[in-house]
Design a protein around this ligand. Structure first.
Ligand code: GLA
Length: 387
């Protein structure tokens, strides 16, 4: 939807508003490699997407936060002095959670008439929630004149997700959505939040996201379970190695890990984190060299480890990754995001893209009865005011 149409929608919903509403935009993100490493203080390599969330807002002088979206019917009005988690509707908890973080910081918010619209497929692992959080955070920062730094907006959006959405997520999504840059991936060290932007030059290749259209049903509980399993691995390994996070361990510690952890499940979780961090570092080096085929090989290895060691894939994502591997012209494919459903990210030679879409769509439909959706995104800058 173009900005003109969004502005018309704003005026037709908030009928007495004649002033022009500022427009804020926040991207979604796709993670190229480095999955389930962020909450282990490890490395990730996401990039921000042109799919995102738009927010138009104007102060209403009534001490009310009015939340509307063009994506769902559900809307809500809240008193700006008191925000509560909503049990009936999921989407309002993202802006409400962020507004509550401002309240907790002692920042008084003006009443605002807000209208959201987004084109990130919902629940697909492309960070639609972080995108709503960050677009809200940037807008509230603007209207409250609080002058909070982007890094602090990222952190408070993550806390909003923990407290109002019940998902104990790491920092990757909000960080990528906040700091993304056009034509760049972010090589982020989640342990100290230092990052480099890595040029994402895919000459001759397309970046294709494939949505399994399998909703991530039990994701939150399984996700929180994986976090606990990593904590358990660290509890066992800390006395043996002295490390404070699994990400301090390199591939040379794998033998020690094998010996020290009795539980096969906990051992495999640790192996995933250690090897995945090494893959991210290697992928960054290969991207700088323009070795896209090398990056692709690491993506396949990442998927295999997420399937066998971390067990967060499932038949739908595995079919998409295997189907891609068997298709001519595909150099790499893996699940992206939390897993259990959602999307794969693929790198495909440009001249093979059309056939890839037809043949993978067919393989997937035959194996699962579901229809896959294909996206060819471009990269985008981070959350900001755009008009
Ligand atoms: C979700 C979380 C992130 C990260 C990924 C897995 O997207 O929000 O913090 O843990 O899963 O890499």
């Amino acid at each position: 939807m173009d900005l003109k149409k969004l502005k018309e929608q704003f005026r037709s919903i908030y009928i007495n508003r004649t002033e022009e509403a500022p427009v804020f935009f926040s991207p979604g993100r796709v993670n190229l490699i480095g999955e389930h490493t962020d909450y282990n203080d490890g490395f990730v390599l996401p990039c921000a997407l042109n799919y995102g969330t738009y927010l138009l807002a104007l102060p209403n002088g009534e001490g009310k936060l009015r939340l509307r979206t063009l994506n769902f019917d559900y809307h809500q009005e809240s008193d700006t002095a008191n925000f509560e988690r909503n049990m009936e509707s999921e989407w309002v908890n993202y802006p409400l959670g962020v507004a509550d973080q401002f309240r907790q910081k002692g920042i008084s918010l003006p009443g605002l008439d807000m209208l959201f619209w987004g084109d990130i497929p919902n629940g697909a692992g492309l960070s639609s929630s972080a995108s709503i959080e960050m677009v809200t955070a940037v807008a509230l920062n603007h209207f409250s004149q609080a002058e909070i730094s982007t890094l602090e907006l990222v952190k408070l959006s993550q806390r909003a997700e923990h407290e109002f959405a019940g998902m104990n997520c790491g920092i990757m999504d909000q960080f990528a959505v906040g700091f993304g840059e056009k034509d760049k991936a972010l090589f982020l060290n989640c342990g100290n939040l230092k990052y480099d932007t890595v040029p994402l030059v895919l000459e001759g290749y397309d970046l294709i996201i494939v949505n399994s259209n399998k909703r991530r049903g039990l994701t939150d509980s399984k996700y929180n379970e994986r976090r606990r399993e990593c904590e358990e691995a660290l509890r066992i390994l800390h006395p043996v190695t002295g490390v404070k996070s699994l990400s301090e361990l390199g591939p040379d510690s794998l033998e020690l890990v094998e010996k020290s952890i009795a539980s096969d499940v906990i051992k495999r979780r640790a192996i995933h984190v250690i090897t995945e961090n090494a893959r991210v570092m290697e992928a960054v080096g290969l991207l700088y060299k323009g070795d896209i085929e090398g990056v692709g090989r690491l993506m396949y290895q990442s998927h295999d480890s997420l399937r066998d060691n971390y067990e967060v894939t499932g038949i739908e994502l595995d079919t998409l990754a295997r189907g891609a591997r068997e298709t001519e012209g595909v150099v790499g494919a893996r699940m992206t995001g939390a897993g259990f459903g959602g999307c794969t990210v693929n790198i495909v030679k440009k001249d093979a893209t059309a056939d890839f879409i037809t043949s993978l769509g067919k393989i997937y439909q035959e194996a699962t009865g579901l229809e896959a959706t294909f996206y060819m995104p471009s990269t985008e800058g981070g959350a900001r005011r755009i008009s």
